[in-house]
Design a protein. Structure first.
Length: 367
C-alpha cells in the first residue's frame, strides 16, 4: 500500500531564510509533498521580502503573520503567539525552520510546545559569541530540534560535542543549491553592472547590517573608513547595497559616506549574485554572503571578530578582519593577491534533495 508523503510547514521571516528555503520549497513541489508556507513578517519592506518571492518564483505564503519590527523579545513573543494557532490548525507532520533569526527561534519554540516534529536546516553552526542574538537563536533551535540538517562535518561534530547525535544528517547547505540554480540566469538577465556603472573585477562589494556592527557608531564608522581606504588603495570602485537597519543608522549617526563607497538600495537575488560573482573582493558581515562568495570563487573579507562560517576561512576563501580600519585594508590586500582555487566547502548543490529524502521518511502522514 502506498504511504502518504508527510506534510511540511516552512516557517520563515527574513531575506536569507526566503532565499535558502527556496530550493526546499521547489523540491517539495517537484515531489508532490504537501506543504504550507508561513511568513512571520519579520521582514516586510519590498526590497527584503516581495522581491524574493517574485524573483525566485515562489508561491505566495499561505499565512502572513505580519509581526513587523519590535524589540527582540517582543518580536519573538509576538511571533510565537501568532504561530501557535496556525501550527495547531495546519497540524503538519514537520515544521521546518532555517538558520538563526528570531523567526527561526519563534518557529522552534512554537513547534516544541505542539505535536509536529521540528526540523532545523543549517544546524550546528557556532560563532561561540553569546553577545550575538543569532548565536542564542541557533543554539536554542538546535537543542529543540528532532531533525538537524548540518551543512558540513564540522557542524555535525559541534552538535555531537553538545550531546546531539541522534537525528543529525550532513547534507550540504541549500545556499549552494540556490547559487547553482540562479548564477547563469543572473548572468543572462541582470543589468546590475550597467545600471551601477561597474566593470568586472574592478569593484569592491560591501554589505554590513549586523547589529553589533552598525548599531555601534564607532564600529560602523571604522568599517566604512577601512573599506573606503581599501578600495582606494586598490583603485576599486565600491558599492554598498544597504540593509534598512544600516540606512537607519547612517541617518541617526549623521555619517558622511566616505568615497569611493556608494550606498545603493538592496538588490534582488539575481543582481546581488552577479555583483558577488563579478566583484574583485567582497567585504561583509553577512553569513549568507560569506558562503556565497566562497561558492562563487570571489575572495571575501569578514568585518567581524568571529564567524560561524569557519570552513570558508580554513580553505582561504575568507579572512576575518574585525573592524579596525588598518586590519580591513591589510585583509583586503591579502585577499586580492591570494589564489582563489579553493574547493567550495558547502556541498554539491543537492542539499534540498537530501533534506527531503530524510523528511519523506517521517511517519506515513497519519501521525
Ligand atoms: C535579521 C536577523 C539577522 C539576519 C538579518 C537578515 C535576528 C535577530 N536578526 O536582522 O540575523 O542577518 O535579519 O537580513 O533575527 N527593517 C525595515 N524593513 C524590514 C525589516 C526591518 O526597515 O523589512 C528595519 C527596521 O528598522 C528594524 C531593523 O531594520 O527595526 C532591524 O530589523 P530586524 O528584523 O529586527 O533585524 P535585521 O537587522 O533585519
Ligand atoms: N542579498 C540580496 N540582496 C542584497 C544583499 C544580500 O539578495 O542587496 C542576499 C544574499 O545573496 C544572501 C542573503 O541576502 O543570499 C544574505 O542575507 P543577509 O546578509 O541579509 O543575512 P545573513 O545571511 O547575514 O543572515
Amino acid at each position: 500500500m502506498a504511504t502518504e508523503p508527510p506534510s511540511l510547514a516552512f516557517v520563515f521571516g527574513t531575506r536569507p531564510e526566503i532565499i535558502k528555503c527556496a530550493p526546499l520549497i521547489r523540491e517539495a513541489e517537484r515531489r508532490g509533498m504537501p506543504f504550507t508556507l508561513v511568513h512571520t513578517g519579520q521582514h516586510y519592506s519590498r526590497e527584503l521580502d516581495d522581491v524574493f518571492f517574485e524573483g525566485l518564483g515562489l508561491p505566495v505564503p499561505d499565512y502572513e503573520l505580519r509581526v513587523g519590527s519590535d524589540t527582540p523579545g517582543r518580536q519573538t513573543g509576538s511571533m510565537v503567539s501568532a504561530l501557535d494557532p496556525v501550527v495547531t490548525d495546519v497540524d503538519p507532520d514537520v515544521v521546518v525552520v532555517h538558520g538563526d533569526t528570531n523567526s527561526t527561534l519563534a518557529g522552534a519554540i512554537t513547534t516544541c510546545k505542539l505535536d509536529p516534529a521540528l526540523a532545523h536546516v543549517e544546524a550546528g553552526l557556532r560563532s561561540f559569541d553569546r553577545s550575538m542574538p543569532e548565536e542564542h537563536n541557533r543554539v536554542l533551535t538546535d537543542h529543540a530540534a528532532d531533525y538537524l540538517f548540518a551543512p558540513t562535518e564540522r557542524a555535525r561534530r559541534q552538535l555531537a560535542e553538545e550531546g546531539i547525535e541522534a537525528g543529525v544528517w550532513v547534507t550540504g547547505n541549500t545556499v549552494v543549491d540556490a547559487v547553482r540554480q540562479h548564477a547563469d540566469i543572473a548572468a543572462r538577465e541582470s543589468d546590475v553592472l550597467d545600471r551601477l556603472g561597474l566593470d568586472d573585477r574592478e569593484f569592491l562589494l560591501l554589505t554590513a547590517h549586523r547589529a553589533e556592527n552598525v548599531d555601534d557608531e564607532t564600529r560602523f564608522r571604522n568599517v566604512l573608513e577601512g573599506v573606503a581606504a581599501a578600495a582606494a588603495d586598490n583603485d576599486l570602485d565600491c558599492v554598498f547595497p544597504a540593509h534598512p537597519r544600516s540606512v537607519g543608522r547612517i541617518r541617526e549617526f549623521h555619517i558622511d559616506i566616505p568615497a569611493p563607497i556608494r550606498v545603493v538600495d538592496p538588490e534582488d537575488f539575481l543582481s546581488f549574485l552577479l555583483l558577488e560573482d563579478r566583484a574583485a573582493v567582497v567585504v561583509t558581515d553577512s553569513g549568507g554572503v560569506q558562503e556565497e562568495a566562497a561558492v562563487l570563487g570571489t575572495p571575501c573579507v569578514t568585518v567581524r571578530d568571529n564567524t560561524e562560517r569557519q570552513e570558508t576561512v580554513e580553505i582561504g576563501a575568507n579572512r576575518l578582519a574585525g573592524t579596525d580600519p588598518e586590519d580591513i585594508r591589510q585583509s583586503v590586500a591579502e585577499a586580492l593577491s591570494a589564489p582563489t582555487d579553493w574547493e567550495p566547502p558547502y556541498g554539491d548543490g543537492h542539499a534540498a534533495e537530501r533534506i527531503l529524502d530524510v523528511l519523506q521518511e517521517v511517519g506515513d502522514g497519519d501521525d
